[in-house]
Design a protein around this ligand. Structure first.
Ligand code: SF4
Length: 230
């Protein structure tokens, strides 16, 4: 005899079958982007195919533990958040990141995805705010930028440049114009690379050139000195 599953039990069994490798799930203040300062649950996926010279999450390159999509959604719900950020590593390096994003949106959260810009964002749920890096020359991963992603960005998304020096700044300024980024996304973020460029210098350059970008100073580093879990 064939047993028919209801749509609900089908989706539960599907989410239990999907797994992702997770480095950490934690509750903190958002340190970057347009929701900076707001309480947020972070889901940090393990693994990244890039090696940016300034990477501050190398501990997420390996290790972690396999969790079912159902376990992850349950862990997030325990914090009763409004905002959830899926990050890494590079979260899109795991194919099950896409159904995770759908599940988090379906649960009613305001979901953002922090991605390196090196992998295609075509399958990302349109309800998700994509925070897409464009890697600058001094990151040593500039050649990994997938510029095809830019056409897929909307006013719900953001673009981030981590800037290490004046040459990076000039490069970012050129890309701003080349891709007309300020009119394409809600925010363009210029972030000084921690320990490499003083925020005050970057602030002055932005003011001198009257750039329509937001300077961001990574609140979590100012508050907690970049300790994991924040
Ligand atoms: S993409 Fe992000 S996680 Fe990956 S190496 Fe660069 S900074 Fe680190």
């Amino acid at each position: 005899m064939t047993t028919l599953l209801s749509p609900l039990s089908q989706s539960v069994s599907t989410s239990a079958a999907l797994t992702l490798r997770i480095t950490e799930i934690f509750y903190s203040l958002q340190g970057e982007a347009r929701t900076v300062g707001l309480p947020t649950v972070f889901v940090r996926l393990t693994g990244c195919p890039l090696r940016c010279v300034y990477c501050d999450t190398a501990y997420a390159f390996s290790g972690g533990e396999m969790q079912s999509l159902e376990q992850i959604v349950t862990a997030v719900a325990a914090y009763q958040p409004r905002y959830v950020t899926v990050t890494g590593g590079e979260p899109l390096a795991q194919k099950n990141c896409l159904p995770l994003l759908v599940a988090l949106c379906d649960a009613g959260y305001e979901v953002s995805l922090e991605t390196s810009g090196a992998l295609p964002v075509a399958g990302v749920d349109p309800r998700v705010c994509k925070v897409l890096d464009l890697k600058t020359p001094a990151s040593a991963e500039c050649h990994r930028n997938d510029y095809g992603n830019i056409a897929l960005l909307t006013r719900n998304d953001q673009v981030k440049f981590v800037i290490c020096d004046r040459e990076d700044y000039e490069w970012a300024r050129f890309k701003l114009d080349e891709y007309q980024l300020p009119g394409r996304v809600s925010d363009v973020l210029f972030s000084p690379s921690h320990g490499q460029l003083h925020g005050r210098d970057l602030a002055q350059w932005i003011l001198d050139d009257r750039l329509p970008v937001r300077l961001q100073l990574q609140l979590h580093k100012l508050l907690w000195d970049d300790a994991p879990g924040h």
